[in-house]
Design a protein around this ligand. Structure first.
Ligand code: BGC
Length: 717
């Protein structure tokens, strides 16, 4: 290990500021890596660039090596640069988008996928990933819902923490571990109207109960870094929001790791009208704990001056630099600044059979069977298949934020089916395009003809993958009109039609659900998506994903989520009533709610028992839920436990997931799943700004969101 205190002692102020700065690789080497933001001219000298401490957005290990070599030649302190990247759902072998992973309710899958990504990323020269994104979400219009685990704080935190542990491992110096940076702190998922980069206004209890817990869980799991969000929170940009960055992050949570700004976010303080100029922006960011400035030069331009003027103590600068040197040290960069970045290893790692297996298995576990009127699974003995729709033979299903993943390396639905049922004849018809304003129906006739001639129809529909991710807000999240019309035409020609749908967010499937007997939602499933879909459609795999986010009936229902407060005069499903909480055009519940997901097995929830019906705050309740697989089909069921606090000093959610377990079942197997309920699980954030529980009646149920069953009561004394 290097003696970083000694190194620090020999550094000039400007060299120290360099450590606090991160720029795109293209300032150091020619690269065709995608930029995640603009690349404004930084007004920096070559001398300054030679001091920069970290890099993002590089493409190959070769580039990484070149940048590092050049840097080490120029830096008299020989401090290696740190290489960071957005490894969001895979590095080269892509696995399903994080929102899909949420639907797996399975931390083993998340861990396997993240370990694979870490291994590939190390070979690609990456040392830190800007993962996990644990922004809690409630509005599917926002493009970045694809990066979150969904609309439940417990699930979001569990999935985030699993990623942190898997990426970082037990020991950061081990050759296939990389550091994790949790983002975007805090509340970015609450952007108004789902509009990217918009303001966020959240009440304290919503923030504390739903938005903050996942970040905390990731930090408790050991995340080395945190990234404040772009958005303002109560009018103050997150990066310089002292309540967030000092009171909560440092004072309450005692976080002592590295804070890195989001892309250009220090300059955004000016754009948001909270700083007059660069110098004030630099002051506000640094004062509130931002250690590394990503892709803007305000620290280089002004930090030295601010220290000279006595605004900051030189000690504060040293503390920030030490944090960064310490991470570099623990990653082993002083001993090996290239840390596993290797061209030669690539073929053995990237897209290896083992990695493709992990990706395929994950895609199978994440897919959600939304509807099945007894037509799936299809038989492998089928003779003629009409494969219709813009996603039938489309490689663009890996999902955005795909790092070094390549669309063309993915398995399409057509390829997946050809491999699985080689003897069947496949008639391929695109039918229509996938853009929202496509109106060309010239492909309809041949699609309908193909459907009429075939034994079964597989209809592959959805939104293009680049309609989700950063900057891709949608005002209308309905499956596009032309695709709904295609579905109607095709399914009238052949009722043996199953739809396979793709999206990076919940989409409105109301019309499709009226017209087709089965819908299998694949999200963006990654490199092995087509193979996974084929396995699921033909019963080689049994669907077991459950929605981690609600699918609205109409876009106007957004934001819509399962754990809402009681709604006055909420009406039953059905007709419109006067003076009720109605929508004129649709129901007030989602089309498919949180927790929904079918299986080819038939799971029967037989019993829910509580060990006690009264407890004190020190006692716990043992809950047992008995589930029977009343079928010959082996399968998995995510058993969920929901809680309702019947009356408290604050209105409490109508339901709240407090525990879950994904359980494998053999044919006709019965299992009893055990959970423990503690007083801590019953707490909420009250009006005096404390997490407390209050005595009274609580209800526990299983099932899911709008379909709670087997409810039992208990009293907290
Ligand atoms: C995104 C971050 C990402 C960063 C670096 C920003 O635009 O908001 O999530 O980590 O770019 O690529």
């Amino acid at each position: 290990m290097a003696d970083i205190k000694r190194i620090l002692a020999g550094m000039t102020v400007r060299e120290k500021i360099g450590q606090l700065t991160q720029y795109n690789a293209n300032l150091f080497v020619d690269t065709d890596a995608a930029l995640t933001g603009g690349n404004a001219s930084m007004g920096l000298s070559d001398e300054d660039l030679s001091k920069v401490g970290s890099v993002l957005n590089f493409k190959t290990p070769c580039e990484m090596r070149k940048i590092q070599e050049k840097h080490l030649r120029r830096d008299r302190n020989k401090i290696p640069m740190l290489f960071m990247m957005d490894v969001i759902h895979g590095f080269r072998t892509m696995y399903p988008i994080p929102l899909a992973l949420g639907c797996s309710f399975d931390t083993d899958i998340v861990e396997k996928c993240s370990r694979m990504a870490a291994r590939e990323a190390v070979a690609g020269g990456v040392q830190v990933t800007f993962t996990p994104m644990v922004d809690y979400i409630r509005d599917a219009r926002w493009g970045r819902v694809m990066e979150s685990a969904g609309e439940d704080a417990l699930l979001n935190g569990i999935m985030g923490a699993a990623q942190v542990k898997a990426f970082q491992g037990e020991d950061l110096s081990a050759p296939d571990n990389i550091a994790a940076c949790v983002k975007h702190f805090a509340g970015y998922g609450g952007v108004e109207a789902g509009r990217e980069y918009n303001a966020v206004e959240l009440s304290e209890h919503i923030m504390r109960e739903h938005y903050l817990p996942a970040y905390k869980k990731c930090l408790d799991a050991g995340a080395e870094m945190i990234m404040p969000a772009f958005n303002t929170l109560s009018g103050v940009p997150s990066i310089c929001n002292s309540r967030l960055m000092k009171t909560i992050l440092k004072d309450e949570w005692d976080f002592n790791g590295i804070v890195i700004s989001d892309y250009g976010a220090v300059l955004d303080i000016i754009r948001l009208g909270v700083a007059e100029d660069e110098k004030e922006a630099a002051r506000l960011a640094f004062e509130n704990g931002c250690d590394i400035e990503m892709c803007s030069p305000t620290y280089f331009h002004h930090l030295e001056e601010l220290i000279d003027e006595g605004v900051f103590d030189a000690k504060r600068l040293d503390e920030a630099v030490l944090r960064i040197l310490d991470l570099k040290n623990r990653l082993g960069l002083f001993e090996d600044p290239y840390r596993g970045a290797s061209e030669t290893e690539e073929p053995e790692i990237y897209l290896s059979a083992a990695h493709r297996d992990i990706a395929r298995n994950a895609a199978e576990e994440c897919a959600v069977l939304l509807k099945n009127d007894n037509i799936l699974p299809f038989s492998c003995n089928v003779k003629k298949i009409a494969l219709i729709g813009p996603f039938a033979d489309n490689h663009k299903i890996i999902g955005v934020w795909s790092c070094n993943g390549k669309d063309e390396e993915s398995v399409t639905i057509k390829q997946g089916i050809e491999r699985l049922v080689p003897n069947a004849e496949i008639i391929l018809e695109q039918g229509c395009g996938d853009e929202w304003d496509d109106a060309d129906k010239s492909g309809f006739d041949s699609a309908v003809k193909a459907a009429a001639e075939a034994d079964i129809v597989i209809l592959c529909l959805g939104e293009p993958q680049d309609y989700s991710g950063e900057g891709n807000t949608r005002a209308d999240i309905s499956l596009h009109k032309i695709q709904c019309e295609l579905a109607e035409a095709v399914s009238s020609a052949n009722p043996n039609t199953a739809a396979v749908t793709f999206s990076g967010r919940p989409i409105v499937l109301t019309s499709l659900a009226k017209n087709v007997p089965a819908i299998l939602h694949m999200w963006f499933p990654g490199t092995e998506g087509g193979a996974a879909a084929a396995n699921l459609l033909f019963g080689k795999a049994n669907p077991c994903g459950k929605l981690s986010v609600s699918f609205p009936e109409l876009t106007g229902q957004c934001p819509i989520y399962y754990n809402h407060l009681p709604i006055l005069r909420d009406r039953e499903k059905g007709a419109h009533h006067p003076f009720c909480s109605n929508y004129i055009e649709c129901e007030s519940v989602p089309l498919y709610s949180f927790g929904h997901g079918l299986s080819y097995s038939n799971f029967i929830y037989e019993d829910l028992t509580l060990s006690k019906d009264e407890i004190t705050a020190e006692e716990t309740i043992d809950v047992e839920i008995t589930v029977y697989n009343d079928s010959n089909t082996v399968g998995k069921e995510t058993v969920m436990l929901y809680m309702r606090d019947v009356a408290a000093s604050n209105a409490r959610p109508v339901q709240q997931l407090i525990a879950f377990e994904k359980v494998p079942f053999g044919a006709h197997e019965r299992k009893t799943i055990k959970f423990k309920v503690t007083e801590q699980m019953l707490r909420f954030w009250n009006n005096d700004n404390k997490f407390i529980s209050e005595p009274g009646e609580f209800r526990l149920s299983t099932g899911y969101a709008d379909h709670l069953i087997l409810t039992k009561k208990f009293i907290l004394k």
